[in-house]
Design a protein around this ligand. Sequence first.
Ligand code: URA
Length: 342
Amino acid sequence: MMAAATPPDQAARTGASRTSASRTDADAPTAGASVSGNAGAPRVNPLQRLWLREIGMERLWLRQEPAAPSRPAAAQAQQPASAPAAGAGPAAAPAAPAALAGAPAAAKASPAAAPAAAPAAAVRSGPPPRPPARTREASPDPAPAPTPAEVAERVRDASLEELSAQVQACTACGLCHGRRHAVFGHGGQPTRWMVIGEAPGEQEDRQGLPFVGRSGQLLDAMLASVGMSRERDVFIANVIKCRPPGNRNPKPEEIAACSPYLMRQIALLKPERILVVGRFAAQTLLGTDATIGNLRGRIHRFKDESGREIPVVVSYHPAYLLRSPSEKARAWQDLRLACSQL
Ligand code: URA
């Protein structure tokens, strides 16, 4: 069990003030994220769209895409999780940003920033080791921040351990300057569920582990209520790996910079399903401005970089549940939905 700790102040980060600047419209054709029963056949997932925007390719790339055939909702819902969706998705778009974690031909950067000593953090069971604290020694000649395209190139073939080391050493956005630890994520393997939250809070930044405050304790209890454990079969990660100062909302460029890591994590871990907690994470992953109230209660589909469709269930952030305990009943329904045969 994780040590109890002062809860990170998530209120501002999960509340109604969240901006939508970093997200695509709910109406936009998103791929990688579709909803059961939605006949639209999206082709570019929201995180990829952010990345495309970041490198100035969004309009160009999206215009070049051929129209995707729409699939009947039932077929989509019944498709085995391992089967790539027909005609849609990054996997069907060679040489495209085929994955945030993958494709850009430009900017073949060396995996420069990875530290020699990679923390063994993310993939083991048992009490999680803490990643080494980041040293603050001044570099005489700091390297320029890598672009999202360069980050995507670096992570493309990375193992989970290599990816963790890259995250620890990441300088792709300004959040690296204020962090104690980058928080890669932690959990058991094989990964049945992946839980995706927003960003590290104060305690997570201190300890280098996700969800270690009071909201983490609640999350553990919620998972335990359906027989799941972060030590055994759940991998917990965040959209953003470094704590935003004062727990402010992550900026679009920070999301774009960090997205390749999450995409690669999902591709490597191959979770049976994803539970997204909180409005920010849900909107970012699914590329929508819809509210939690609108998103929860049904199955969404996220297409990973190989085209594999993963069922996604949206629920409330545990920090919100701590403030609004009456909503725990709905969160329980969400967990039951995630447990059902999807
Ligand atoms: N809230 C999050 O979204 N993630 C954490 O890791 C901790 C709190």
